[in-house]
Design a binder for this molecule. Structure first.
Ligand code: 5RP
Length: 224
């Protein structure tokens, strides 16, 4: 990660502040780009109610004094701001690089507006450069793995520094599919959703309403 890239992430995060007002229920994504947003919300002492997408974000919020409530205690989420690993020309994306895709998708699907903040290196015309994270149930995961291998998806089980499978905040494993080029994201999403043992996948299709891209200039793309 270069200094410039970090600066572009920060710019995108700051631009998202325009969409957040005091009193709002705000979904708070996961990752290094969102971390800049959390810092800014805390610096500005914004009076928001946060709904987090990971234990990591909850921990950061606690340290910064940002109020967090359980998703089931709010009747709506006004706006969610999250990062993404890759975004295409249709504002579809791949998420889950930080292993938080399940909670991120639950929060996103229950939000009135979804805003993604990314640096310009994440924008590609077609998805697939970033390996697609798939969250799976540990039981029988070898069978699922074999299925993905037979399909030519080049699955890789995500492991920690001790070579143990990583365990997500909700107790699952992650397999990353090395696809390079996803020519029909909807078809792939449908296929993955049909597989027993798949809890959720990192294809976020038709979810983002606004994508803020940090670069030398800020670009804001809105779903029409
Ligand atoms: C976590 C995610 C993140 O939003 C994604 O990985 C982007 O992270 P970063 O802002 O650190 O590049 O999907 O599961």
């Amino acid at each position: 990660m270069t200094i410039t890239q970090e600066n572009f992430k920060q710019k995108a995060a700051f631009a998202a502040l325009d969409y957040i007002k005091d009193g709002m229920v705000v979904g708070l994504g996961t990752g290094s780009t969102v971390a800049y947003l959390l810092d800014a919300l805390s610096d500005k002492k914004m009076d928001i109610i946060g709904v987090t997408t990971s234990k990591d974000t909850s921990k950061k919020c606690r340290a910064l004094g940002i109020r967090v409530v359980d998703i089931d205690t709010v009747d709506h989420i006004d706006v969610t701001v999250d990062g993404a690993d890759e975004v295409d020309s249709y504002m579809n994306g791949i998420k889950g690089g930080g292993a938080a895709l399940l909670m991120e998708k639950i929060v996103a699907k229950n939000s009135n507006t979804n805003i993604w903040i990314v640096d310009e290196s994440k924008v590609h015309s077609v998805l697939g450069t970033f390996p697609l994270p798939v969250e799976i149930i540990p039981y029988g995961s070898g069978k699922l793995f074999q299925k993905f291998e037979d399909k030519g998806y080049q699955p890789v089980l995500r492991v920690d520094n001790y070579n143990n499978p990583i365990v997500t905040d909700t107790g699952h494993h992650i397999v990353d599919l090395h696809l390079n080029y996803i020519d029909n994201p909807q078809e792939l999403a449908d296929y993955l959703e049909r597989q027993v043992g798949v809890v959720e996948h990192g294809l976020f299709l038709n979810i983002a309403d606004v994508v803020i891209v940090g670069g030398e200039q800020i670009k804001i793309n809105t779903r029409r």
